[in-house]
Design a protein around this ligand. Sequence first.
Ligand code: HEM
Ligand SMILES: *[C@@H]1O[C@H](CO)[C@@H](O)[C@H](O)[C@H]1NC(C)=O
Ligand SMILES: *[C@@H]1O[C@H](CO)[C@@H](O)[C@H](O)[C@H]1NC(C)=O
Length: 325
Amino acid sequence: MGLSIEMQLLLVLSLSLIPNFEAQLEVGFYSQRCSPAERIVKDAVRSAVSNDVGLAADLIHMYFHDCFVRGCDGSILIDSNSTNTAEKDFFANKISLRSFGVLDSAKSKLEDMCKGVVSCADILAFAARDAAEMVGGIGWDVPAGRRDGRISLASENLANLPAPTFTVPQLTQLFLSKGLTQEEMVTLSGAHTIGRSHCTSFSNRLFNFSSTSSQDPSLDPRYATQLKSKCPKGNTNTNLVVPMDPLSPTVLDNAYYKNILANRGLFTSDHALLSDPSTSSQVSEYAANVFLWRTKFGAAMVRMGQIGVLTGNAGEIRRNCRAVN
Ligand code: HEM
Ligand SMILES: *[C@@H]1O[C@H](CO)[C@@H](O)[C@H](O)[C@H]1NC(C)=O
Ligand SMILES: *[C@@H]1O[C@H](CO)[C@@H](O)[C@H](O)[C@H]1NC(C)=O
């Protein structure tokens, strides 16, 4: 039984009136307000990433941590001061995040051109996209109009970020609590095809099992041996890092899923996507179809970028990304 054209139109219209959280942000938000905004950010990211390709991973990582802790409000960029320990000084952030200067340089140019117009939260959202474009050729339109938060607490990280020892139900639960689906969780985890990890983030897989080798039996033994040679037992040196995808460490591609299928996922949480039947078929699908993953990744990054955003009169446009006004 077909609906009349009128009924179909009515349905489309009424569906488009249902408030959804995507409606708050807008692609091209700065085109009238500060037309060079997206280009200025892209230039800053291009020059930084061409000097140090690792910054691309860092920008994407930083965006994820910004969005999951108190929403995508640029709170990750705020510096600590005498009365407050900010998000960036949470241990795991402190040893890892390092592209603050890239965002500062974009922000200072934008303040010169369009004073008080472009939020730090949006600058980070654009920069993460530009980074993905540079190392993966994956681009997407970034809905913008985020405003900056005034609160940044290191103490809020632990409860809001996934741990590398999480199981699929734990990962799924956390992503659901942020408005993201289990499928999006699997899709976004593909970001682990670039960048690096500190030994401390996966040493639980190398030294804490009752087998003679002491390593996680679900980890490819040859890979485990390589990892042990780079990450000696008991070494807590926070400078020791390994690439998360040894095959193509600087390319944002679907190698993450291929590694997982080969029992070469680095974290317990990466391998869990294969061992849990509710996510394993998605891992195989993405390993086999890079185009599918790329498309889904861009869409999921847009959705992640909507988490807890401040719009309208909420928050502020920070003058300096490192401090509240
Ligand atoms: C699904 C749950 C996730 C867990 C448990 C997790 C965990 C981790 C851990 C432990 C590290 C290594 C940090 C270090 O030792 O320095 C890391 C790195 C990284 N993560 Fe995730 N992550 C998750 C999801 C995501 C998502 C959703 C993104 C982005 C969309 C992301 C992007 C990255 C990137 C790019 C790096 C490399 C950072 C660098 O090279 O400096 N991760 N992640
Ligand atoms: C410290 O930072 C917080 C927010 O990050 C801010 O509200 C507070 O005013 C700052 N305090 C000082 C002394 O600058
Ligand atoms: C080692 O394994 C035990 C038992 O599974 C666990 O309680 C402990 O937290 C683990 N330690 C590390 C460092 O992973």
